[in-house]
Design a protein around this ligand. Structure first.
Ligand code: MRU
Length: 335
């Protein structure tokens, strides 16, 4: 069965609640701006491209609520801005809001049509990235079966199609080119073991989960042929923000001299930012580190450092794959 992370229905935005996976497959119907912001902050909907679609549909949710509750223009503006700013690192969220906002003057249905179009384009871009990424890896590694490492979740749950990095892996599997996928569990919210493993299992792709701390060893001991990740924001020089732990994977790949690919749609490329130092990294709360589920695992009052993302410098990235092309970024060049 096809995985649908987010879609518009006559009842509002329907999200597959990713906080409950893999045990429970339950949809959330979102009817208000506050519900949407809560879902975004809790990561019920997550992954940069899916957040872009959530932002675009969110403008329709705001317009419907404005009509029902008689909001004035200022209140509507404020509510739309709060959707845009609900998470700071993935540029796609603000991008999705900004893409459809100019349609407001043409009416709510025009905004909805623009949001639906954006979702369809995301889906098509996944297919294109899958093909470009698969061709790239085969051209570099040869026509054989690969052992691939991935970090976080970049599949159907994070997009409206097959995914970005995971979309490439799914395409390679279709072509008979996957021996095994090593999925980093992705602390602290376990997007790898909860979500990526769930998607790989659904696609019958052979995989194993490893703790994030095992990634460097797996890479340096020759167990991995290439690593593929997604991105939340890519600066003009190719520096790429992605889930915390991605940088360590990139450094290990650099030392092992194996490809490290970033796969993301053009909407994730932020050419207003010259390099990674300009990317705002979301810092999340203590609870995600001091607890697993409801169980406390750290002493009372433990201080934490919980960045949701890190930035991999372009010099450690073999190529950035988008729906348009593969960029192999030499020093001093830009995307
Ligand atoms: O905090 P998350 O789960 O939203 O982080 C997601 C990631 O880091 C993904 O790798 C990224 O958004 C790309 S998804 C195609």
């Amino acid at each position: 069965m096809e995985i649908r992370s987010i879609e518009w229905t006559p009842d509002g935005v329907v999200l597959l609640d990713q906080t409950l996976l893999p045990k429970v497959e339950k949809n959330l119907t979102i009817k208000t701006v506050d519900e949407l912001i809560d879902a975004i902050k809790r990561l019920a909907v997550r992954g940069a491209p899916a957040l872009g679609v959530a932002g675009a549909f969110g403008v329709v949710v705001a317009l419907d609520q404005a009509k029902a509750e008689n909001w004035d223009e200022t209140k509507l503006e404020r509510e739309i801005n709060s959707i845009r700013d609900a998470r700071p690192t993935a540029v796609n969220l603000a991008w999705g809001v900004n893409q459809v906002r100019p349609m407001i003057s043409q009416g709510r249905d025009a905004v909805l049509a623009a949001a639906q179009k954006l979702a369809a384009q995301d889906r098509a871009s996944n297919t294109a990235m899958g093909n470009i990424g698969a061709d790239w890896l085969i051209s570099k590694l040869g026509d054989r079966k690969f052992r691939l490492l991935t970090h976080c979740n970049t599949g159907s749950l994070a997009t409206t199609g097959t995914g970005t990095a995971l979309g490439v892996i799914k395409e390679l599997y279709k072509r008979g080119k996957i021996l095994e996928v090593f999925a980093d569990e992705t602390r602290p919210l376990l997007q790898g073991s909860r979500l990526t493993a769930w998607e790989l299992a659904k696609s019958n792709i052979p995989y194993r989960i490893q703790p994030d701390g095992a990634a460097a060893m797996a890479i340096l001991s020759g167990k991995i042929d290439a690593a593929l990740i997604g991105a939340d924001r890519i600066a003009k020089n190719g520096d790429s923000a992605n889930k915390i732990g991605s940088l360590g994977v990139a450094l290990a790949c650099h030392i092992a001299k194996i490809p490290f690919l970033v796969v993301a749609p053009e909407s994730t490329v932020d050419r207003t930012i010259a390099d990674g130092s300009g990317i705002h990294i979301e810092i999340r709360g203590d609870y995600e580190l001091t607890h697993i589920g409801d169980t406390q695992i750290a002493p009372d009052g433990a201080q934490t450092f919980n960045p949701a993302f890190d930035v991999t410098p372009a010099k450690f990235i073999s190529a950035v794959i988008t729906e348009l092309k593969s960029y192999e970024i030499a020093e001093g060049q830009t995307l």
